[in-house]
Each structure stands twice: as structure tokens, then as C-alpha cells.
Write a protein that binds this ligand. Structure first.
Ligand code: R5P
Length: 296
């Protein structure tokens, strides 16, 4: 079956790597806003009878969603056999329960929306916490793949390090990276008091004193989690910690603030384009796309 790969303009870099590695041609579409703010969209490549792969990371989801949903529908109206979404970063996974009376579980609503427009979904390290599997909320085939082996490879030469997971949720990533990179790890406990206000509880760190701390977390958004951890590690007298995030959302001045707090190297995967991207996720995405399309 013929395949074609479309992408959100922001994900051109990653899409081109995947297209080249998998020898899948790139599709073209144009879009713009009408004067009233509505979205105009036109597909310029033939997709009749083809399996379409759409690469679009879902950071800043609200501003991207309408055009992505319209693109999927337009491709289907033009005869695409299937339209699958490769969203290296999957949004809305953190509102996974009602925290305060009156709230909704937007992780579920977002999943319902994507499930009704796409035929399948591949994403990297979604924030699975109280929701344990994408199957619980997505009604389409949905694969959650991991960047842990790629992060571990990047760490292979940093033998004198120890890994720090800033909260209990990070244990799933930090323990696996630690196992693969043969590095010890500790996890801390965190209490979130507001969007930009977190408290981190750190145990006695004396025994790690001769090591370089490497923070590993899935998302760096406001960066407050990492900033608070870096600040406490500094008080213990550690060297500037390396900070690794799978997804560098970096809301507002988060990157600048993290560097100012005393972080050393700040490293992210290229799931969201950013100057900190040092770990390429295309190998695991290509494997997963191949498996998905061959099992259809
Ligand atoms: C939540 O528990 C996640 O694993 C991250 O720790 C969190 O999203 C980081 O957010 P922020 O950078 O805003 O502290």
C-alpha cells in the first residue's frame, strides 16, 4: 500500500528525517487564516488510496487542533485509506482526574476528540500516571513508545553521574534510564501548590556527594519542578546538574529561568523543536510506524 507523510510546519525537521529513513514521500498542504480567524486549508498532493502519516507534535494544542482535524477530514474526503497521527508529544495527559470540584478530566475529552478524527496514534512517553495505558482513554489503536533507551545511550559516557527523578511519577523513566545506562537513581517527592509553585522534598544526599546529578523528567513545562530541584541540589553543594526532559515544552521564560537557577546542560528530545534538542527520537518512531502499518 502506498504511503505519504504530511506534517505540521513546526515539525518539518523531524518529519523530513522520518520521510528519508522510511522512504515515504512528503505530502504538501497549505493553510492560512481567513480575516475572521477561521482556518482555510488545501491539500496539494494526491493521497487517494494511500495510508497517510501525519507528524504533528501537540504542544500548544489549542492553536493547532482545528487545522489538524480539518486536515485529517480533508485527506479522507480525498480518498486517503487511513490517516494516522504521529504526535511525538501528546498534550492534555496531566489533567487525568478531577482535582477540584467542577473540573473535567480533559485527558479523556482530548482522547475522544483525536479518536474520532484519526485511525491510529503513536506518541512518545505520554504522561501516564493515574491513567495507566492509552487504551483506557483512546478508542483507536494507540502506541506509547519510549525515549528511555535513547536517553540512556546519551548518558553512556557519563559514568560518574547519578540520576534524580524529581517526583514519584518520574520513577518510571528514571528507573528505566538508570537500568539501561547502569547508573544509580533516587526519586524525590513533590507537592504542586500551583502552576508555577512546587515544593520538593529531598532525602539525605550525602552519599552522592562525589557524583554529578542528572535530573530526568518527562515534561519540562514551567520548569519549576527542575528549578526547585536544582536549587536544593545547589544547597547540598553539587556541581551544576544536567537536566534532561523528554519533552521540552518550556512555557514562557522557562528555559532561561532554568539556566539562571544554576542548571548545567539542559537536554531534550526532538519531540518538540527547541534549541535544547540533542536526542533524536526518529529511530523509535520509524520502528513503531513500520510495525503499525504492517500490522494493519
Ligand atoms: C508532572 O508530574 C510531570 O512529570 C512533570 O514533572 C511536570 O509536568 C513538570 O512541570 P513544570 O515544568 O511546570 O514543573
Amino acid at each position: 500500500m502506498k504511503k505519504i507523510l504530511f506534517y505540521h510546519p513546526e515539525n518539518q525537521g523531524l518529519a523530513k528525517i522520518i520521510s528519508k529513513k522510511m522512504k515515504i514521500p512528503l505530502g504538501r498542504f497549505s493553510s492560512r487564516s481567513f480575516p475572521d480567524g477561521e482556518t482555510y486549508l488545501r491539500v496539494e498532493s494526491s493521497c487517494k488510496g494511500m495510508d497517510v502519516i501525519l507528524v504533528a507534535s501537540l504542544d500548544q494544542p489549542d492553536s493547532k487542533l482545528v487545522s489538524l482535524l480539518f486536515l485529517s477530514e480533508t485527506l479522507k474526503s480525498l480518498g486517503a485509506k487511513s490517516v494516522g497521527l504521529v504526535a511525538p508529544y501528546l498534550a492534555y495527559m496531566r489533567q487525568d482526574r478531577v482535582f477540584k470540584k467542577g473540573e473535567g478530566i480533559t485527558a479523556r475529552y482530548f482522547a475522544k476528540l483525536l479518536s474520532s478524527y484519526f485511525d491510529w496514534l503513536i506518541t512518545i512517553d505520554p504522561h501516564l500516571h493515574r491513567i495507566h495505558s492509552l487504551k483506557e482513554i483512546y478508542s483507536i489503536p494507540a502506541a506509547s513508545i519510549h525515549a528511555t533507551s535513547l536517553i540512556a545511550s546519551w548518558l553512556k559516557t557519563r559514568k560518574n553521574s547519578f540520576l534524580v527523578g524529581p517526583d514519584s511519577e518520574s520513577e518510571q523513566w528514571v528507573s528505566e534510564v538508570g537500568r539501561l545506562a547502569c547508573l544509580p537513581y533516587v526519586t524525590l517527592s513533590k507537592k504542586r501548590l500551583g502552576d508555577k509553585n512546587v515544593k520538593i522534598k529531598m532525602p539525605d544526599m550525602e552519599k552522592w556527594k562525589n557524583h554529578v546529578p542528572v535530573l530526568v523528567d518527562d515534561i519540562i513545562s514551567s520548569a519549576r519542578t527542575m528549578i526547585e530541584t536544582v536549587t536544593q541540589l545547589k544547597k547540598w553543594g553539587f556541581k551544576p546538574p544536567v537536566c534532561i526532559g523528554v519533552h521540552g515544552v518550556f512555557a514562557g521564560n522557562a528555559h532561561r529561568d532554568l539556566k539562571k537557577s544554576g542548571a548545567g546542560l539542559v537536554i531534550t528530545c526532538n519531540t518538540i523543536p527547541h534549541m535544547t534538542n540533542k536526542i533524536d527520537v526518529s529511530p523509535v518512531l520509524c520502528d513503531s510506524i513500520t510495525r503499525f502499518l504492517s500490522s494493519k
